[in-house]
Design a binder for this molecule. Structure first.
Ligand code: C2O
Ligand code: CU
Ligand code: CU
Length: 426
């Protein structure tokens, strides 16, 4: 596959367009689909007029193919990725990761899905084709500036928060579901926005997967918190929407106990996607399999806890353990193949979605704030959301590659300000 990043027009609805950045002419870019065991060979062509690099968020790849900021390439050059797809089925994504440019390039349109399939998933007979929907969620302004990158000082602290929902690059998206089971893979590709997904009719959401693929079993929950970078895999039965009717997939209002006052804060209610009941239906479908996958539980080698503290002492300063990222500094050594217990501590008044490259982890505890691990956060994760004053404990093992991998906040203002660490696995 060749992936060309270049400026171009993005449709705003009607005849209007805005200048943005595109992968292969699209925003979002093409959906990449691979099978476990295949080999991915992808050439990135940088025609942006500025440095960039592509990171495969959620993919476990060698350091050389991870697309972290050190690998950024100049405009007019190319980068060749070549890696085996070593992990099981799941919903991953790709986006730019050049230092100080991630927020801007994502905001201007660069992002796409990277889906992996495997035999375990095939055997479940999940909805495919017209009954499988991808939903790349972002919040933008609803005007001609939707793709203009111009952060304010408030944005530097809380991240860019806007109030119009976009799905796959379209404002106020709509999906039509016939009377059958549908699969809805949702990605939060926003700058900073935390969504609390729920159905407008109050019915529960059925979750079958998250960042790292299938859950052990389907879970029904009233709502789903989704921080930047996280994914959730939902099953929605079109028959649960009245014929001729519609519901909204919305983000429920919430308040953050402490926090800055900004014009469009976290927690505003948003109607994200209209789900319309379309004509037609499937013959009766078998019940959902009670078991989706088997997830081995990690067990830490010893009780030591490695702690990382996330603080935002001023609007422009976002630090882990008191440091801003230095490309050439190694901030920690992690033994290859050993399971460790890590604690991410949010000692600040803004949310931090914490993301790890190079492996997946298991979330085992959350203290402070919401105080629980939700059932849809079980299984394998690569990103975990910390609201203000929350801590999360995760079990981590790097067992595929040695090398330098990033741990960072996925609020893109924070990330670009250096809320990142280099961990050497070896
Ligand atoms: Cu989604 Cu280091 O990134
Ligand atoms: Cu990543
Ligand atoms: Cu952050």
């Amino acid at each position: 596959l060749t992936l060309t990043a270049a400026p171009g027009p993005i449709a705003l609805g009607g005849a209007a367009t805005a200048g943005g950045l595109l992968y292969n002419g699209g925003a979002p870019g093409p959906t990449i689909r691979a099978r476990a065991g295949e080999r991915a060979r992808i050439r990135l062509v940088n025609a942006l007029g500025e440095p960039t690099i592509v990171h495969w968020h959620g993919l476990i790849v060698p350091e050389s193919a991870d697309g972290q900021p050190r690998s950024a390439i100049a405009s007019g050059t190319t980068f060749d990725y070549d890696f085996p797809v070593v992990q099981r089925a799941g919903t991953s994504w790709y986006h730019p990761h050049a230092h100080h440019r991630t927020a801007s390039q994502l905001h201007r349109g660069l992002a796409g899905f990277f889906l992996i399939g495997d035999a375990e998933e095939d055997a479940l007979g999940l909805p495919t084709g017209a009954r499988e929907h991808l939903l790349l969620l972002q919040d933008r302004s609803g005007d001609a500036d939707a793709y203009t990158y111009a952060p304010t000082r408030d944005d530097a602290l809380v991240g860019i928060l806007r109030d119009v929902p976009y799905g796959n690059g379209v404002a106020r998206p709509r999906l039509t579901l016939d009377g059958a089971r549908h699969r809805l893979r949702v990605l939060n590709a926003s700058q900073a926005r935390v969504y609390r997904l729920a159905r407008s009719d109050g019915r529960p959401l059925t979750v079958i997967g998250n960042d790292g693929g299938l859950l052990a079993a389907p879970v029904e929950v009233p709502d789903v918190w989704l921080g930047v970078g996280e994914r959730v895999d939902l099953l929605v039965d079109g028959r649960s929407i009245p014929e001729g009717g519609r519901i909204m997939l919305r983000s429920l209002p919430f308040t953050i106990a402490v926090g800055p006052t900004v014009a469009i804060p976290q927690g505003i209610p948003m109607d994200l996607v209209e789900l319309v009941r379309g004509a037609g239906s499937a013959p009766a479908e078998p019940p959902l399999p009670p078991v989706l996958s088997s997830i081995p539980a990690l067990a830490p080698a010893d009780p030591t806890v490695r702690t990382f503290v996330f603080r935002s002492p001023s609007p422009e300063s976002h630090l882990i353990d008191g440091r801003a990222w230095d490309m050439d500094r190694i901030d920690g050594q992690v033994p290859f193949g050993r399971t460790e217990r890590w604690r991410f501590v949010n000692d600040s008044t803004v949310p931090h979605p914490v993301h790890l490259h190079g492996t997946h982890f298991q979330v085992v505890a959350r203290t402070g704030g919401r105080g629980e691990v939700y059932p849809y956060e079980r299984g394998w994760k690569d990103t975990v959301l910390l609201l203000p004053l929350e801590s999360a404990d995760v079990l981590v093992r790097f067992d595929r590659y040695r090398g330098v991998y990033l741990l960072h906040c996925h609020n893109l203002q924070h990330e670009d300000a250096g809320m990142m660490l280099n961990l050497r696995v070896g």
